[in-house]
Design a protein around this ligand. Sequence first.
Ligand SMILES: N[C@@H](CCC(=O)N[C@@H](CS)C(=O)NCC(=O)O)C(=O)O
Length: 205
Amino acid sequence: MKLYGSPTSPYVRKARVLISEKKLPVEFINEDPWPADSKIPSRNPLGKVPALEIEPGNYLFESPLVVHYLDHVDGKTLTPKDAGGYWQTQWWQAIGNGILDAAVTRVLETRRPEDKQMPEKIEREEARIHRAADVAEARFRGGPYLVGSRFTLADLVFGVAMQYVDFRFAHDWRSKCPKLAEWHEGIVERRSFQETVPPGFTPPA
Ligand SMILES: N[C@@H](CCC(=O)N[C@@H](CS)C(=O)NCC(=O)O)C(=O)O
């Protein structure tokens, strides 16, 4: 299998962390979706990364589907099987993916020429991130894992999301979210996170 994507994309990073956690035989190929001559649209008609080639010429795209496939491909799922754990893990992935979407939308807006930027759009995305973090903190009971007593896709997706916030929208979320802050410190120490740190990112001291 081959995973196409850029090393700074948090959507791609979710798949890379999972591949590392499970030691799956997937080759990572650095391909940028943005240039006009990018080959990504020939792999994913939506023109976005990640794109996972599961057999020659057969691609999966949209990171939730890519993550779902990789989670099940070896029969060693990181999703709890009991109904409570299963839906809790989905909840954390949904809110993590929403934070990613907000942080990416925000950063793209801030990269437009200054006179074309919409401050209200930036504020709206920031408000989404603040609200989501507060609700997540209120829901979390504390401890090393978000759901149950082992590392799941909840930790993976929400962990990637909060480190992407540190990368692209650095602000002090930790003082308002102390349980998440402590949990996150442990999660980002995992080898899978260390191996996939986006180039140019220095974790906060
Ligand atoms: N919903 C998609 C979002 C993927 C996405 O937006 N990827 C960005 C990189 S961070 C991309 O490829 N952007 C290229 C473009 O929008 O043309 C997913 O979850 O995979």
